[in-house]
Design a protein around this ligand. Sequence first.
Ligand code: ACO
Length: 191
Amino acid sequence: MEFPFNINHLFSERISVLDEVLVAGRKSVGRPDHQANIATVIDELGKASAKAQQLPASITSASKMQSQKHQLYLLKDGERNGGRGVLVGFLKVGYKKLFLLDQQGVHIEAEPLCVLDFYIAESLQRHGYGLELFDFMLQHKNLEPVMMAYDRPSPKFQSFLSKHYCLTQSVPQVNNFVVFEGFFLNRAGSP
Ligand code: ACO
């Protein structure tokens, strides 16, 4: 996704991690123009993701990021667009208190890290960028994908989880979150 400003001025790293402060590294501190452009990037990516998932409204925007304790991983390709860079996609995660059913149908209260939104620009899908972003997040959080919960995963995302992480057997829930076999197993004995 291209923007009318230089992406490399906003994001120095290939993958940037943003929280509610919406600052990507020291470059943007005290730069309201950079902050406004970062907000534009998040809003446009959020709209594109909602469209791709046929959602009635964006679930990711700069204002939502500022009011929720989520983390956004943004992947850029700094070489494209004549060296001005493009945004390849994003992954949004956050902790949620959930009431889940284990394999025996017993209610369990848990607060796992959840995948809340995930989007790679249409023309760049199926090139391994999603995997690069997801693997970065797993390392950053020091987490196995089976320990996470997934908010209404789309068919493409389900295929992604199956292909890259062998996550195929989900445990039926009464809410929109999906967890996989192993989620409860690996929690046994954990605090
Ligand atoms: N159709 C079916 N499966 C797909 C497709 C597609 N069009 N695109 C990606 N996948 C899955 C497949 O398993 C594919 O492997 P294959 O090509 O061998 O079939 C695998 O992902 C490819 O892996 P990557 O290239 O690393 O994935 P990609 O960069 O395409 O990112 C993503 C995956 C984020 C799901 C991307 O396809 C996308 O943005 N889709 C549209 C938006 C979306 O559905 N987001 C998930 C929302 S649900 C949530 O966030 C909780």
